[in-house]
Design a protein around this ligand. Structure first.
Ligand SMILES: Cc1cc2nc3c(=O)[nH]c(=O)nc-3n(C[C@H](O)[C@H](O)[C@H](O)COP(=O)(O)OP(=O)(O)OC[C@H]3O[C@@H](n4cnc5c(N)ncnc54)[C@H](O)[C@@H]3O)c2cc1C
Length: 489
């Protein structure tokens, strides 16, 4: 018999994980996904070169290894295929409603139930709601004068239309972050000319990618027991290297910073010989402040004869190109916006209404705060995957989400054990957690005064996105549910 019904909002890897684990634990679920397909990030990002920066060994779920991968750093389409494989493997499709977004989720205190209104006008009921809405799916459209007057295609990386050709065209790429360094090499290969408009450069380290061939897969299949053991060891090793070593750069140890800075410097100097271009590509902030990029072919693309790196800022976009601040113009046929996402306002596409009719975006009007990044005072039986302050710069988001769903299931079991209908974190527990988190974050690279703006923090410098420590520390923090930190009703 079902232990009760839970509504999951969002069908990315987080929402699918929640559905799998709810089903295994005996709960009924309905998963609402506004897109045509599951996969979230990996369904939405169709730009050339889009891929995952974390090796498969660590990015696939620990309980669901797959043979879908053809590279150790998978391309986006493979991760999307993995999402679809999860749906089939765990028989989730009857609980998934595609092209049906959640518009409002309202807590009914009298009935101790959530009512979720969907984009199809239906209202669903559930004892709990899991918001799995992701941190990176509101494209940031840059405020550049004249952008809407451009006569050719203007495409954001997260809204890419593969049917629009860029071969033999004069392409401008605005931005130099994680999507730009993936996009530039494949576009440069067929564009007539490509200009990268750089506001500031980033640290880039090599990506030790490797093919996973059909022969490799046949070898795994020939001895599943050994393949399983090797997969688990690879995962453990990759996790340990990320969590125990790479983390040191973000923890701000001199050795951690020096090692990562050196790796990035060597990587650049191996390809870029011109001292002026080296200077233009060297960041003026410490390593780790912004996402460290993992890419082998960006610098090779920058030195191609048909590529220019433009460091003079853009003054305005013209119908047929771009005018720079120094008055020069760059003629263009196609503009690619690799300008990232709006992250820090935490205004979701669904209105979540808690106790006393208060909306979550009102509760979070100054800054978002969630206990362990999962629960919020005044929002009973509401849980989040990849919530505030659970992003990372050094390890896999999927590791964090596996820890989060474990905690959610503990909370749901605790309700049954206590014969309670609802739980929410006490305000003092949430505030104490957040004070400690923000104080720990101040000691990391992101809290250092030399570390300027990034998508991790607000304009005022408050860090809204990142967790303050290792994934191991997060796993330990969510390994038990402290009943005294919650109000039970
Ligand atoms: C280009 C790119 C590269 C990345 N690379 C890495 C990487 O290398 N390593 C890493 O760890 N992480 C990476 N990330 C982060 C990535 O987002 C996470 O790893 C993970 O995929 C997040 O899954 P999610 O389910 O939490 O969110 P998402 O994948 O964003 O899914 C959220 C889902 O919610 C849906 N949704 C939103 N609003 C509603 C609504 N109102 N009703 C119904 N559905 C709704 C969306 O349509 C979406 O499908 C990357 C992100 C991007 C954009």
């Amino acid at each position: 018999m079902s232990k009760g019904h839970v509504i999951v909002i969002g069908g990315g890897l987080g929402g699918l994980l929640a559905a799998i684990k709810l089903k295994e634990a005996g709960y009924g679920f309905t998963l609402l996904e506004r897109n045509k397909g599951v996969g979230g990030t990996w369904h939405e990002n169709k730009y050339p070169g889009c891929s995952c920066d974390v090796p498969v060994a660590l990015y696939e779920y620990s309980f669901a290894p797959s043979l879908v991968w053809n590279k150790s750093f998978p391309i986006a389409d493979e991760v999307e295929a993995y999402a679809n494989e999860l749906v089939a493997r765990y028989d989730l499709s009857s609980g998934i409603r595609l092209e049906e977004g959640a518009e409002e989720a309202a807590w009914d205190e009298a009935a101790k139930l959530w009512h979720v209104r969907t984009s199809k006008g239906e209202t669903l009921e559930a004892k709990a709601v899991i918001g799995a809405l992701g941190q990176l799916n509101k494209p940031q459209w840059p405020a550049i004068e004249g952008l809407d007057t451009f006569e050719g295609p203007v495409m954001h990386t997260a809204r890419w239309d593969r049917s629009v050709p860029f071969d033999n065209k004069r392409v401008g790429v605005i931005g130099t972050g994680a999507s730009a360094v993936q996009l530039v090499p494949p576009m440069a290969a067929t564009a007539e000319h490509l200009t990268v408009f750089q506001r500031s450069p980033n640290y880039i380290i090599p990506r030790p990618d490797q093919a996973i061939t059909p022969e490799d897969k046949a070898l795994f299949m020939s001895d599943l027991e050994s393949a399983g053991k090797i997969g688990a060891l690879m995962r453990e090793l990759t996790f340990a290297a990320a969590d125990l070593q790479t983390w040191k750069a973000f923890e701000w140890t001199p050795e951690g910073r020096a090692a990562l800075t050196r790796r990035a410097k060597d990587h650049m100097e191996a390809t870029i010989t011109d001292p002026e271009i080296r200077k233009a590509l060297t960041p003026d902030f410490p390593v780790g402040c912004r996402r460290i990029l993992i890419c082998d072919d960006y610098y090779e693309a920058i030195v191609r004869p048909n590529v220019s790196l433009e460091t003079t800022h853009i003054a305005r976009v013209l119908p047929d190109g771009v005018e720079l601040k120094d008055g020069r113009t760059v003629p263009l046929d196609f503009i690619a916006l690799a300008t990232g996402f709006n992250t820090t306002d935490w205004r979701w596409s669904v209105d979540v209404k808690g106790l006393g009719g208060q909306y979550l975006h009102e509760a979070w009007a100054s800054v978002p705060k969630a206990y362990l990044g999962i629960t919020v005072t005044d929002f009973p039986n509401f849980f989040m995957m990849y919530g505030p302050n659970t992003n990372l710069g050094h390890n896999s988001i999927t590791s964090m989400m596996e820890a989060q769903i474990g905690y959610v299931l503990k909370a749901l079991s605790a309700l049954e054990e206590k014969s309670a209908a609802s739980l929410m974190p006490k305000r003092e527990a949430l505030e104490a957690f957040n004070r400690k988190l923000q104080s720990d974050l101040k000691k990391t690279v992101w809290g250092d005064e030399t570390c300027g703006a990034s998508w991790y923090k607000t304009d005022e410098g408050y860090i809204t996105q990142n967790w303050s420590g290792t994934v191991q520390a997060y796993q330990a923090a969510v390994s038990t549910l402290k009943p005294e930190d919650y109000e039970w009703n």
